[in-house]
Design a protein around this ligand. Structure first.
Ligand SMILES: *Cc1c(COP(=O)(O)O)cnc(C)c1O
Length: 365
């Protein structure tokens, strides 16, 4: 077999496929020197709100900020608790900590890897103010059940959609279930900018206005300093690039799903536990995570020897990291941390690359 070099993601391949659109977007921003905020950011907010079918989109500097800004707008802070999954990117808990509240961890489900609703209820007390479900790896958390629990307990729901642009459950797209949603457009996400970017999405007009104020130095319009805010503005360049890329997002997601189907149908299930998609949903495979039944280190090194990049999402569950260390055990999060690997998945992978990845994986024993 001829050795191939397959990167984990290849954003240059994607750029080449839409070069004229991207180059034009960048040129326009420079021509009009619309560098911070301005018309291209406004346009992207409109484009993304139409795509998501939501009333308000507020662009900001990154996905982590968008969560922190929403929590601040809800006046969540010291003395409050917010429920988050134990297995997620650190931002989910970091945003809670950075407003002065306490993240309370809940394990994820062993089949879909999203936060377990039945375990959420046991963690709710008088201090609990919100739940942040994460649509991890590109698949929706159990939103119908989470919304029911939130309603019964008078809690806010902030959906962390950083990995789930376009994911659906029960016919409803991720980001439109909760009281507010946070999106990241970090370059490697399903919709990625060429730098840092994020947004807040909500049907709540008052919340969206308050978030906009917080993200722009607490100003309600120019020089009307209304409260203490921060600088979390989005660059015009990122807005223009995101608007140029958005029309391709659904097609890219469909290709990711085809790649995942190929992996699901061809990877040896005696060696790996493969990801499962909810029957009532659409998984958009931000990452393709499999559990190694054998020695994970060996799998990683064999893949690497054969030119295939892989990653781990994530090597530690958050309550096992130094800032959040706890004695409590989160079994499924631990299993993902210690036995999972993520293999390349992106729209531009060729059939030849896919069969190469599968052949190598299936040959490791
Ligand atoms: C990427 C990511 C974020 C944060 O996004 P940034 O734009 O990098 O700040 C938050 N949550 C999850 C689950 C993510 O994967």
């Amino acid at each position: 077999m001829l050795k191939l070099e397959i990167p984990f993601v290849d954003l240059y391949r994607q750029y080449i496929s839409i070069k004229s659109e991207i180059d034009l977007a960048i040129e326009n921003v420079i021509k009009e020197t619309a560098f911070i905020g301005g018309k291209y950011v406004k346009q992207f907010e409109l484009d993304f709100s139409n795509w998501l079918s939501i009333k308000n989109v507020v662009a900001c500097a990154n996905g982590t900020d968008s969560m922190e800004i929403i929590l601040k707008a809800w006046n969540i802070g010291p003395g409050d608790e917010v429920i988050v999954p134990a297995m997620t990117w650190v931002s989910t808990a970091e945003a809670v900590s950075n407003v002065g509240a306490k993240p309370v961890f809940v394990d994820v489900d062993e089949v879909y890897y999203t936060i377990r609703p039945d375990l959420i209820e046991a963690k709710i007390n008088l201090k609990t103010k919100a739940i942040i479900p994460v649509h991890l790896y590109g698949q929706c958390a159990d939103m119908p059940e989470i919304m029911r629990i939130a309603k019964n307990n008078n809690l806010k729901v902030l959906e962390d959609c950083a990995q789930s642009h376009g994911a659906v459950i029960d016919g409803k797209i991720a980001g439109t279930w909760g009281d507010a949603a946070s999106f990241s457009f970090y370059p490697g996400k399903n919709l990625g900018s060429y730098g840092d970017a994020g947004c807040i999405a909500s049907n709540d007009d008052e919340l969206a206005e308050l978030c906009r104020i917080i993200a722009n130095h607490g100003q309600k319009g120019k020089h009307n300093n209304f409260m203490i805010g921060r600088n979390s503005r989005l660059d015009g360049m990122q807005g223009a690039i995101l608007s140029a890329k958005l029309p391709f997002l659904n097609g890219w997601n469909e290709k990711r799903i085809l790649v995942a189907d190929y992996f699901n149908n061809n990877i040896d299930k005696t060696l790996y536990q493969l990801p499962e998609s909810r029957k009532n949903g659409k998984h958009v495979f931000h990452v393709y995570v499999l559990i190694c039944k054998g020695d994970r280190n060996k799998v990683i090194s064999e893949l690497s020897k054969m030119g295939i990049a892989s990653s781990v999402h994530y090597p530690n569950e958050l309550p096992y990291t130094k800032p959040y260390y706890s004695e409590e055990v989160f079994n499924i999060s631990r299993k993902l941390a210690k036995q999972s690997i993520s293999i390349p998945i992106f729209a531009e992978l060729t059939e030849n690359e896919l069969s190469y990845i599968v052949n190598i994986l299936n040959g490791i024993s």
